[in-house]
Write a protein that binds this ligand. Structure first.
Ligand SMILES: *[C@@H]1O[C@H](CO)[C@@H](O)[C@H](O)[C@H]1NC(C)=O
Ligand SMILES: *[C@@H]1O[C@H](CO)[C@@H](O)[C@H](O)[C@H]1NC(C)=O
Ligand SMILES: *[C@@H]1O[C@H](CO)[C@@H](O)[C@H](O)[C@H]1NC(C)=O
Ligand SMILES: *[C@@H]1O[C@H](CO)[C@@H](O)[C@H](O)[C@H]1NC(C)=O
Ligand SMILES: *[C@@H]1O[C@H](CO)[C@@H](O)[C@H](O)[C@H]1NC(C)=O
Ligand SMILES: *[C@@H]1O[C@H](CO)[C@@H](O)[C@H](O)[C@H]1NC(C)=O
Ligand SMILES: [Cu+2]
Length: 271
């Protein structure tokens, strides 16, 4: 199927197929998400399901669409992926073909239970993002191009849960924004439920938090963009909109400083 899609790209110039992530791996364990191709009866409410429901691989076009949080219809998952803070999570993408635009990995603290958590009310924070790595906006090497194998095998997007993140229930939201059509951004979000364990105690501060929808608007030149225009095509920088990425790294530095200076100076804050 992937090979056929590549042929379509060649003929039309534009990619007519879409996609998303339906499966995840953590520590070598495979977790099944929702598959838009499979029947609702075989998935809805199933105890193994760790991903919020999405029923089409088509993108969301409106930055203010309530479904931008966790896709449509976004019904909560019955189960969750267990993961330790500091571990990696890999999202498996079948049929990904777009090459221009950012990839952003978000989390939100569900509090008591992700199964009753309203994603569009979450305080979302970024834990990783991949934008324009080299070259120009129109032709350059975006993370979105680089993560693909281009040989028909699934494309893997691996990132690390911040080691200092406090344990708890979280949503994790993999987002790819495709910008290959002028002034018509395409948003591809999928959310999974995580149960994070570990000895972390940290949460991101206010400056790292955003609402989804809310974080993107059509007034942002990075979102309403024509990558083929003479003003944009040959630029070599692209600023990914939204708050800065929270990696919890300051905590690691804090611990380092504690190690050198002893317990008296525990409250030292590095920024
Ligand atoms: C996710 O993995 C399952 C096998 O565990 C597979 O049946 C399903 O097709 C995968 N989803 C997608 C979209 O490929
Ligand atoms: C929001 O996105 C969903 C999924 O693409 C779509 O069905 C719905 O019509 C959109 N809503 C609005 C208000 O545009
Ligand atoms: C997480 O992934 C990174 C990069 O792929 C790798 O260097 C690191 O060893 C991985 N960490 C764990 C805990 O597997
Ligand atoms: C979730 O929150 C949004 C924004 O506050 C609200 O519009 C929506 O109705 C809520 N959804 C549910 C199912 O409560
Ligand atoms: C938490 O800390 C204890 C004591 O240092 C350690 O034994 C345990 O493995 C840690 N747990 C995790 C999940 O890292
Ligand atoms: C980008 O730069 C190349 C090489 O200088 C030039 O040929 C091309 O016309 C430029 N593209 C646009 C859209 O201005
Ligand atoms: Cu597409």
């Amino acid at each position: 199927m992937h090979q056929n899609l590549l042929v379509v790209v060649g003929l039309l110039g534009y990619v007519v197929a879409h996609g998303g992530t339906s499966n995840y791996t953590v520590d070598g364990v495979w977790y099944d998400g929702y598959s838009p191709d499979a029947s609702a009866e075989s998935q809805d409410g199933q105890p193994w399901l760790i991903q919020r429901k999405w029923i089409t691989i088509d993108p969301i076009f409106e930055p203010d669409n309530i479904s931008l949080a966790c896709n449509f219809p976004g019904d909560p998952a019955p189960s969750s992926i267990p993961i330790r803070a500091g571990d990696n999570i890999t999202a498996v993408y079948y049929y990904w073909l777009h090459t221009v635009g950012p990839m952003v990995l978000w989390m939100a603290d569900c509090g008591a239970d992700c199964r009753t958590f309203n994603a569009s009310q979450g305080d979302w924070f970024k834990i990783a993002q991949r934008g324009l790595i080299s070259g120009t906006i129109q032709e350059g090497m975006w993370g979105q191009r680089l993560f693909q194998n281009w040989d028909g095998t699934p494309d893997l997007w691996t990132e690390t849960i911040p080691a200092s993140l406090k344990a708890g229930n979280y949503l994790i939201r993999h987002e790819i924004i495709a910008l290959h059509i002028a002034h018509k951004p395409q948003f591809y979000p999928e959310c999974a439920h995580l149960t994070v364990s570990g000895n972390g105690t940290e949460s991101p501060g206010k400056e790292y938090l955003a609402k989804i929808p809310g974080v993107y608007t059509m007034d942002q030149p990075e979102i309403k963009i024509d990558i083929y225009s003479s003003e944009v095509a040959n630029l070599t920088t692209y600023t990914i909109p939204g708050p800065p990425v929270w990696t919890g790294e300051n905590v690691a530095l804090d611990r380092l400083v504690e190690g050198f200076k002893g317990p008296k100076e525990r409250k030292i804050k590095l920024t």
